[in-house]
Design a protein around this ligand. Structure first.
Ligand SMILES: Cc1cc2nc3c(=O)[nH]c(=O)nc-3n(C[C@H](O)[C@H](O)[C@H](O)COP(=O)(O)O)c2cc1C
Length: 181
């Protein structure tokens, strides 16, 4: 079992910290996780030329070449996004757009996905829900199977996720169980 964790924040904050914890815990179950932070890579934005619909590859030479290899090798994609204006982060959106070469050959179909949104607002504000919905829409379009949705609220500063340890452990146990089934 291989997972690719896509982190939507460039800072060493809540999203990256959570990704490292998930990687560490899943390793104990012999599940290999690769973490990427697209915002800290060289990734050009999609121009919408649509050449990849025919060729199956993008003309840009950048870090999406190795990212796409990692996506192809992974059974599950775990998106961890900071909530931005009730949506997913721009870095994850740019990453998703650049997965278009995999759309026509249906290389995303059937892969599993997990959506995790972190936000500074309270759960009642439904802000993180908006971020989850945008990842959900992507998965539906790509015919991926979204097997888990998790929201962490009241996280503003870099380390606020650390005060959600119980929720984090509960989520990780659920993810482990989902992979067993
Ligand atoms: C431009 C911007 C927009 C944001 N919009 C929201 C929002 O709509 N809802 C929310 O709950 N938090 C929002 N936040 C706060 C971040 O989601 C929050 O600080 C999160 O923990 C950051 O994750 P990170 O530590 O992984 O970067 C926003 C932050 C920024 C920088």
């Amino acid at each position: 079992m291989r997972c690719l964790i896509i982190v939507g924040s460039r800072r060493d904050g809540n999203s990256l910290k959570l990704s490292k914890k998930i990687k560490e815990e899943l390793k104990k179950e012999r599940i290999i996780c690769n973490i990427i932070v697209p915002g800290n890579q060289k990734i050009y934005t999609c121009t919408g030329c649509m050449d990849c619909d025919e060729s199956g590859v993008c003309d840009f030479y950048d870090d999406m070449i190795s990212n796409i290899e990692k996506v192809n090798k992974s059974d599950t994609l775990i998106f961890i996004t900071p909530t931005r204006w009730n949506l997913l982060s721009g870095d994850i959106k740019i990453f998703m757009d650049r997965l278009n070469p995999l759309y026509v050959p249906k290389k995303l179909e059937g892969k599993k996905a997990i959506a995790i949104a972190i936000g500074s607002t309270a759960k009642e504000d439904f802000s993180t829900k908006g971020a989850i919905t945008s990842i959900d829409s992507f998965c539906e379009n790509a015919k991926m199977q979204l097997i888990g949705k998790y929201e962490f609220n009241n996280c503003l500063d870099f380390n606020d996720i650390e005060s959600h340890l119980d929720e984090v452990n509960k989520m990780i146990n659920e993810i482990k169980n989902k992979f067993k089934n």
